[in-house]
Design a protein around this ligand. Structure first.
Ligand SMILES: [Zn+2]
Ligand SMILES: [Zn+2]
Length: 661
């Protein structure tokens, strides 16, 4: 996209802007002169009452959006002039003069005295001849009448209200308009967006923008590109020839490409949240009356451990945000099987009672789909919006938003409370993108709640240093301790697959699990070993059903369903199933547990598959490996540590000996 850049003298001060539709700006800044011109009554112009700038300087041709955004950001309070404009354009886009004609960079003056003459006749003529770029829309052959101008303002108000809290690319703005009953106005969306921008209701940005590397003067001049949608830096941008701006090397973002193409010259619209202070105050008052309803245990039937943690998180939400603190966060560190979902219900209720927006975000789509019916059931009187790739509700507004983390890129300062589930479920390099998106989706004064059974190491460090408020839920909902992994020393799986035998010690443990009627998770590190391992197991256990699956398996869904239904007894799998699949009576075998591919978090998650049911709370977990390494030690230490805390706090059920004594 290309846009005009101008500066306007208003109340004695020059302001620099860019425009998607220059007619809007001329009409806005020269409101009185234009209106009088339309009425052909310019002699009675009362320039003191209505908005009427004395002069405006504008480029005579459009310049690429990304460059224009930078120029406007740098310009300051002076009149637009060519020499500095050329310099700033080169700063913004080095080498721009190689493909953008220097002779095109001109500015022209529009004075109040010539607005009607120039704009009313001259510019319109040029527009008709195609010399000036602008959108058709309402304007046919004449300037907008007052009635049309008013109608456009109303429509732009509607658009701004819809965009509020969102971050959208141009095509998404159009989709949103069509979904919001503004489909008739899609043809002149640029006009309405410009009107909303100039009245401060939306921010117009470029998808990829420059940021300075530091605050010190030396660094401030070094600038690098950043994608404003996902936060990625230049390393993840590619350059292609671009018809929209004419740049033979226009940067686009590879990191968030799945969500549409964010470009150096692509418009990104941020809706400035409309703060409804009145409604919020009323909500707070109502919430105060209903305070007992948010007493977690009573309303949501929480266990004692869940209740204590939930109340600590509620207390955190009730604290006023310190102005200086960036994004206050709270960690709910809950062991696998603790019942995290129930614990967030009181937090959601608290937020809703204040008339605020709450977001529950998780990296995994299957968690979204599983959580949606439970939330809908828990909060039947509130509108729930569920967002994931391909979701039908992309443009629906709701009280509770449940979303995969990728969909967060379409939000901007929308939510008062952001609950992030399993932030650690994806590798760390992805987390940067997701954290950026989550921070952007949250209001500046909003708060974060993180849920995890295995918080990432930086977060654990913050906990140890006392910098991150948190609550631990060290016990499962059934109040039995977590199964502690046992060590089984065997050679690497590769060795046994080559020799087509399994060691006696492993066979003994497998038989024991089969005989006690458990289902077995067998985690391995390499997808290509799956089939051979399954064959070998079938050789030893011919009468039971054994299957194998991985991320590359097209039948994974069916196989997991068969395993869930108990139709298969052993499932050989990679870490793809380390979370999510819960089997009532199951044992866990982690083969090659000393592999560098398994970190402590992964081991804890896999171990967490066992002992989930109150009828079989003590499943077996075996770390099968040649070496006993740091990750295994850390995992065991974490599990034992949680059990110890649970015992100390009296969360565990009394054991038989305790009961009899
Ligand atoms: Zn471009
Ligand atoms: Zn991006």
């Amino acid at each position: 996209m290309r846009v005009y850049v101008y500066s306007v003298l208003w109340q004695g001060k020059w302001r620099c802007r860019f425009t998607l539709d220059w007619r809007v700006d001329v009409r806005y800044w020269f409101s009185q002169a234009v209106a009088n011109g339309v009425r052909e009554n310019s002699s009675h112009a009362d320039v003191t009452n209505e908005r009427c700038a004395p002069e405006l300087w504008i480029t005579t041709c459009c310049i690429p959006l990304g460059t224009a955004v930078d120029v406007v950001g740098q310009w300051g309070e002076s009149r637009l002039e060519v020499q500095r404009l050329v310099k700033l354009m080169q700063d913004a886009e080095p080498g721009i003069l190689d493909w953008f004609g220097r002779e095109c960079i001109q500015v022209r003056r529009i004075g109040v005295e010539e607005v009607w003459r120039e704009i009313g006749i001259g510019v319109i003529e040029e527009h008709r001849k195609g010399k000036l770029e602008g959108e058709g829309g309402i304007l046919k052959e004449s300037l907008w009448s007052d009635a049309v101008w008013k109608q456009m303002k109303d429509e732009s108000d509607l658009l701004a209200a819809q965009i509020s809290g969102r971050a959208l690319l141009a095509n998404e703005v159009q989709e949103l308009m069509a979904a919001a009953g503004l489909d008739h106005a899609v043809a002149y969306w640029r006009t309405l967006a410009q009107l909303a921008y100039i009245r401060g209701q939306v921010k117009l940005l470029s998808g990829i923008t420059t940021r300075s590397l530091g605050q010190f003067s030396l660094l401030r001049r070094q600038r690098e590109l950043q994608c404003l949608r996902c936060g990625s830096s230049a390393a993840q941008h590619h350059r292609t020839a671009c018809a929209a701006c004419g740049n033979p090397g226009c940067a686009y973002c590879e990191a968030c490409l799945a969500m549409g193409r964010s470009r150096r010259c692509a418009l990104l619209v941020h809706g400035t949240a409309v703060h409804n202070a009145g409604a919020s105050a009323a909500g707070v008052a109502r919430a105060a009356e209903r305070a007992p309803a948010t007493e977690p245990a009573a309303r949501w039937r929480l266990s004692e451990a869940q209740h204590d943690a939930s109340r600590a998180a509620l207390h955190f939400l009730q604290q006023p945000s310190a102005a200086a603190a960036a994004a206050p966060s709270f960690l709910l560190w809950a062991v696998t099987g603790a019942g995290k979902t129930e614990m967030i219900f009181p937090l959601i209720a608290y937020t809703l009672e204040r008339g605020q927006h709450v977001l529950i975000a998780t990296p995994r789509r299957d968690v979204v789909l599983e959580l949606a019916p439970r939330l809908a059931q828990a909060f039947p009187e509130h509108r729930l919006v569920t967002l994931y790739g391909g979701s039908e509700e992309r443009w629906t507004a709701g009280d509770i938003t449940l979303s995969t983390t990728h969909q967060l890129m379409r939000f901007y300062h929308k939510f008062d409370v952001v609950i992030v589930d399993e932030l650690d479920a994806f590798p760390y390099h992805n987390n940067e993108l997701l954290q950026y998106a989550a921070r952007k989706a949250c209001k500046p004064e909003g708060k974060f709640i993180f849920l995890s059974a295995t918080p990432p190491e930086p977060m654990q460090r913050e906990v140890r240093r006392g910098r991150l408020p948190h609550a631990k839920v060290p016990v499962r909902f059934h109040r039995h301790p977590l199964p502690v992994p046992q060590r089984l020393t065997i050679k690497p799986l590769r060795h046994y697959l080559e020799n087509k035998t399994l060691p006696k010690s492993l066979l003994h443990q497998l038989s024991r699990s089969v005989e006690r009627g458990a289902q077995l998770f067998l985690f391995i590190t390499r997808i290509k070993q799956t089939e051979a391992f399954v064959q070998l197991l079938r050789h030893y256990f011919p009468v039971i059903t054994i299957e194998g699956t991985s991320s590359e398996d097209k039948e994974r869904g069916e196989k997991v369903t068969r395993f869930r239904n108990g139709q298969s007894r052993m499932l050989v799998t990679t870490t793809i199933l380390e979370r999510g699949v819960t089997i009532p009576k199951s044992d866990v075998f982690i083969i090659d547990a000393d592999s560098a591919l398994f970190d402590a978090a992964s081991l804890v998650q896999m171990a967490g598959r066992a002992g989930r049911s109150k009828d079989d709370p003590a499943g077996h977990v075996l770390f099968c490996a040649a070496e006993w390494n740091r990750a295994q030690r850390l995992a065991v230490r974490q599990i034992v540590g949680m059990n110890r805390i649970a015992r100390r706090q009296g969360y565990l059920l009394p054991t038989d000996t305790e009961r009899s004594s």
